[in-house]
Design a protein around this ligand. Structure first.
Ligand SMILES: [Zn+2]
Length: 602
């Protein structure tokens, strides 16, 4: 039921998760002991197999991988236990201690595990036929991926030298850039009140319902980035320049190669995605025009693009209403998924309380031993919160299907496919809420939310990939990346997506400097997978609407496919060709249907 909030404050306990599902009644010292024992077992494991990988038979490699899976299930649960406790309440001393033990354990296991994977990749590329052995069939694609990385690896000494030079090179540049902005404070006036704000606090005001406040926050923040342009552009030049050198040294065919290997996708698919983003941007521009109309403006300014469309929301949900509407949305899809979502509530796997020290945002984390999940959200009775809840529970649903179909090595999915359950869940909720809407205002708020999210992710996030591509092209042509060049490239990318639909606010050509992803070393092209996922799920939803029942079985296969095939192969088996623009346009079609309804209401 949706209606006025009951007004009864929820006690923390009522909507807190029960992490004892992971470790039972073990004390924190007992948890620490189990972490230490586990690190010892991993060490034994790596001593036992490390030197033998070059000569092991297929059956023994399969045994090794199964042994590792058993260890990893326990490792994942112990590490998550410490981290989740901390995310729920960072001010708790015990949680803080458990978290640092968890991180230490994770890093030790990583150091033990990575060399084994590198050797396994080398073995697969030296022994061409091994990968086809029947004993390895469960791990075939995993091994193919290790093999695909092998040609770009340097010698062990060279790899060590790379890690060393990064510590005082690009990692330091990245730290400097991050620390520089995070230590800033801003003396500003907010709605007549003088305040001193941190960088994130000022950043959050860019989305304030009050237009003057948004403008102030936008101009102050980007003006500050402009003032420090030397620092930000040098950091960008260093990190991107280093990347291009490493691409050459490793013999990679493209600046995108590492990202494509990580996401298990090919460049042709991404190029088709990016060109579809450009060729369908007119519907985004139309949405921005309609948004301006709703907001009573002739045209949006830069500081209006991510603003809330309404200052006076009509939807409000108490926790019981949220639980009911989200569960019913998933049940409307099918009973199994509906049951998984229902169980997340009844089994105390959701932490929705608002408490001091709780992490900002929302996530879904896996509970490997139980083949289940935990979800963290902060619930404040808004429609956004209900969508976030549906999103994270959709992750839990996808996790359920995958972990019951695959072994642990194949659980992790490319980011391009990791949002299928979550965004699909949001769309089920959208239809559910549209069906319940009685007034024009109610409908409009839902459509503005879902369209705003879609367009932001596909186009505004998508244009970062266009920008990044142009940065590498510029470096390859021998030009230096300085602040003016970066701003010019950013404006070019923006122009390709926004055309003339927005009057950009002063200093917004420095947006590239605000986006932390641009400064993460050794992790390039972070953003296209978000656009990919969003467009894919809109396409899938369109197919679900067209096909009904017959869609369910195919979707179940895709949802639970994990890491057993490449992204292209997964979708080919489902019936989609990633090189065909018609596939990408399917997603745009679903968005257009929402846009059409929105247009009627404006
Ligand atoms: Zn997500």
């Amino acid at each position: 039921m949706v209606g006025p909030s009951s007004g009864v404050a929820m006690t923390d306990n009522e909507i807190a998760w029960d992490l004892s599902l992971i470790v039972g009644d073990a004390s924190m010292d007992e948890v620490k002991k189990r972490m230490d024992v586990l690190v010892g077992e991993f060490k034994e494991f790596s001593d036992k197999y490390g030197a033998k990988i070059a000569t092991m038979a297929a059956a023994e490699i399969a045994t090794m991988l199964r042994e590792r899976e058993a260890l990893e299930i326990e490792a994942s649960d112990l590490i998550n236990y410490g981290m989740l406790k901390f995310e729920a309440c960072s001010t708790d001393k015990e949680a803080s201690q458990l978290n640092s033990w968890a991180r230490e354990t994770a890093s030790q296991l990583d150091q033990l595990g990575t060399p084994l994977e590198i050797r396994l990749g080398t073995r697969m590329s030296e022994d061409e036929k091994l990968i086809d052995h029947a004993d390895l069939s469960d791990y075939r694609h995993y091994l193919e991926r290790l093999k695909a990385e092998a040609p770009y690896r340097l010698s062990e000494e060279a790899e060590k030298a790379v890690i060393q030079k990064d510590v005082n090179g690009i990692r330091l540049m990245s730290q400097l850039q991050g620390a520089w902005v995070s230590e800033k404070t801003f003396d500003v006036e907010v709605k007549g009140e003088k305040k001193t704000l941190s960088y994130p606090q000022l950043g959050a005001l860019r989305m304030d319902p009050d237009r003057d406040t948004r403008k102030m926050a936008t101009v102050t923040l980007y003006g500050d980035l402009a003032e420090d342009k030397l620092l930000h552009s040098m950091a960008l030049r260093s990190i991107c320049g280093d990347h291009m050198s490493m691409v050459k040294i490793r013999g990679m065919p493209s600046p995108m190669t590492q990202s494509l290997l990580d996401q298990d996708v090919d460049e042709e698919a991404i190029d088709t995605l990016l060109s579809t983003i450009e060729s369908t941007a007119d519907s985004f521009q139309e949405f921005l025009m309609l948004k301006a109309k709703v907001m009573g403006l002739d045209k949006l300014a830069g500081h209006d693009v991510i603003a809330p469309i309404t200052t006076d929301p009509v939807w409000k949900f108490d926790w019981d209403a949220a639980r009911k509407v989200v569960t019913e949305a998933f049940v409307s899809f099918n009973d199994e998924i509906g049951g998984v979502v229902e169980a997340m509530f009844t089994n105390k796997r959701i932490d929705a309380a608002n408490r001091l020290g709780k992490t900002y945002g929302a996530f879904c984390a896996r509970h490997a031993g139980a083949r289940s999940s935990f979800v963290l959200v902060s619930f404040n009775e808004t429609m956004n919160d209900v969508f976030t809840l549906a999103h994270e529970l959709g992750h839990a649903a996808q996790g359920h299907v995958t972990t019951h179909k695959q072994t642990l090595t194949n659980w992790r999915t490319s980011s391009c496919l990791a949002e299928m359950g979550s965004i699909f869940g949001e769309l089920l909720l959208t239809d559910k809420l549209l069906g319940m809407s009685k007034s024009k205002e109610e409908k409009m708020e839902i459509l503005a939310h879902v369209l705003g999210g879609y367009y932001y992710t596909v186009y505004y996030v998508g244009l970062r990939a266009l920008f990044e591509k142009s940065i590498y092209e510029t470096i390859a042509s021998g030009k230096v990346i300085d602040a003016e060049t970066a701003c010019e490239l950013w404006n070019d990318a923006k122009k390709r997506i926004f055309a003339d639909s927005v009057d950009w606010t002063e200093f917004m050509e420095y947006e590239w400097a605000r986006i932390p992803h641009h400064f993460i070393p050794n992790f390039r092209f972070y953003n296209y997978s978000y656009s990919f996922a969003q467009m894919l799920v809109f396409a899938l939803y369109e197919a679900y609407k067209q096909e009904g029942e017959s869609f369910l079985k195919r979707f179940d296969e895709l949802l639970g496919g994990g890491n057993t095939k490449s992204v292209r192969q997964h979708l080919k088996d489902f019936g989609y060709d990633l090189s065909d623009p018609a596939f990408w346009e399917l997603g745009a079609k679903q968005a257009n249907r929402f846009l059409e309804e929105f247009r009627k209401l404006v």
